[in-house]
Design a protein around this ligand. Structure first.
Ligand SMILES: *Cc1c(COP(=O)(O)O)cnc(C)c1O
Length: 455
């Protein structure tokens, strides 16, 4: 690929301001025009390079444009492989299902069926909620404080964030929020409340169809549920015939180490949603998996035009083949997690506005007080050539989400840039209490000569 094939030297953002809806979001934090990407690096139209610690919000666990997946994709296309098929049988889908069974399901003794609900994460969540209600004949679903499950109405109803919920424009019903692990401080087991409410016929909580949760809340600010809490939740739900839905869209596919985030608790959910990094290549792809006996769908009862995106199935199969046939990749993730953890601890120690370091695997965060410091650090990082986002109810958590496949040199370079950004914001607030940096703030993105990652 030559530079000219995709970049026309255009670096101004006027067309987006003029034509793209005000709803655009992430581009406001990283206001440049990106043209190329490889591995954990992004390049913009001006030739500036950025270490990517955002990784498509977890959609790029194996990095940008992984060469093995790209080659498979190109050769599938050149061979005339079928691209769009609704839910017709295809060779690409057969290979994906067989590989998923062999590499993911069987080694974990998960006797589950797989549904293709439509290409996005929220599609997978909607299908999970529908199925849970259909199976149980109940309407209510329990979700947790700070949970995030997507933007369509059903998923939004089980999402905590009031700003996102406000976009619905209609009442969001049939969902009950309960406190997530740690929500009431370390000394309170929040499941005492759930268990008591289930036992008490006067609690006001109707027996729910399901409980839905992330085992590590990503958008909600990097909140990690303990294995003990997860096991207790599994026990309570099983005792009451309530289905347990684990939304592993962001922290599945190895983000916390093992393929599924719930493996560390040794539990088996009844329903699991996967998307984001499932295709491995950043292509839209989602599945909803469930216990075999829960498969009560009528043919076509849940439907969708883009449930047969064969290109995503091709790259997803390559991703499983390449990374998940043994535990080398998961071990590598754990090693990198320890490295990041150490560096974040050091940053936390010398940064007065960092309140807490939290996370698991390659999703880690630093909570800042006041919250605006996290955004200031994200800006300072971007100015230095690092893409890193914030999360949490008030965007108070600087959230690190590097590709799992990041090489160590790039990881260290990103951490150095992050440390410099924290130091900058610390210095700035020692001098004055101005929160918002000036336009460009005098920072110029560094062009990293010698890091020829985008060819
Ligand atoms: C991103 C995300 C979703 C929604 O996925 P989309 O593809 O954006 O619809 C749902 N649940 C979790 C946990 C997510 O991180």
């Amino acid at each position: 690929m030559t530079l000219d094939s995709t970049a026309d030297g255009r670096s101004d953002t006027a067309v987006f301001d003029r034509l793209e809806s005000e709803v655009r979001g992430y581009c406001r934090s990283f206001p440049t025009v990106f043209t190329h990407a490889e591995g954990a690096m992004l390049r913009d139209a001006k030739g500036h390079e950025y270490v990517d610690f955002f990784a498509g919000a977890g959609a790029l666990n194996y990095g940008h444009n992984h060469p093995v997946m790209r080659d498979a994709l190109v050769s599938y296309l050149q061979s005339g492989g079928v691209v769009h098929t609704l839910d017709l049988h295809t060779a690409a889908k057969a290979r994906f299902l067989e590989t998923f069974e062999e590499v993911v399901l069987r080694p974990r003794k998960l006797d589950m069926k797989i549904m293709f609900p439509g290409p996005t994460g929220t599609n997978a969540v909607e299908a999970a909620l529908k199925l849970a209600r259909k199976v149980t004949g109940r309407t209510e679903v329990v979700a947790f404080t700070n949970g995030f499950h997507g933007m369509t109405l059903g998923a939004l109803a089980v999402t905590g964030n009031s700003g996102k919920r406000a976009g619905a424009g209609v009442p969001l019903g049939h969902a009950q929020a309960l406190p997530y692990d740690g929500y009431l401080g370390e000394s309170v087991d929040t499941l005492d409340l759930f268990e008591q409410m289930l036992a008490d016929g006067s609690s006001g909580l109707d027996l729910p169809a399901a409980v839905i949760l992330e085992t590590v809340q990503a958008e909600g600010g990097v909140n990690v549920a303990s294995p003990e809490w997860l096991r207790r939740l599994r026990k309570i739900t099983a005792e009451h015939g309530v289905l347990l839905i684990v939304d592993d869209i962001q922290v599945g596919c190895g983000r916390t180490g093992p393929f599924f985030s719930f493996e560390r608790a040794g539990i088996q959910p009844d329903i699991v949603t996967l998307s984001k990094s499932l295709s491995g290549f950043g292509l839209p792809f989602a599945i909803t998996m469930f216990r075999r006996d829960l498969d009560v769908w009528q043919p076509g009862e849940h439907n969708g035009t883009f449930r047969g995106f064969n290109l995503a199935m091709v790259t997803a199969t390559v991703a499983l083949d390449t990374f998940w046939r043994d535990d080398v990749f998961a071990k590598e993730t754990e090693r990198k997690a320890a490295l990041i953890s150490e560096r974040l601890h050091a940053i936390a120690k010398k940064t007065p506005f960092v309140k807490q370091h939290r996370g698991l695997g390659l999703i880690q965060g630093l909570e800042c007080v006041p919250a605006s410091r996290a955004t200031a650090v994200s800006k300072a990082a971007f100015a230095r050539g690092l893409v890193v986002e914030t999360a949490g109810p008030n965007d108070e958590v600087l959230k690190l989400l590097p590709p799992l496949a990041i090489d160590e040199a790039t990881l260290l370079r990103g951490l150095d840039l992050l440390e410099a950004a924290f130091a900058h914001v610390t210095r700035r607030h020692e001098d004055d209490e101005e929160d918002e940096p000036k336009v460009n703030g005098g920072w110029e993105p560094v062009v990293h000569a010698g890091a020829e990652v985008c060819r």
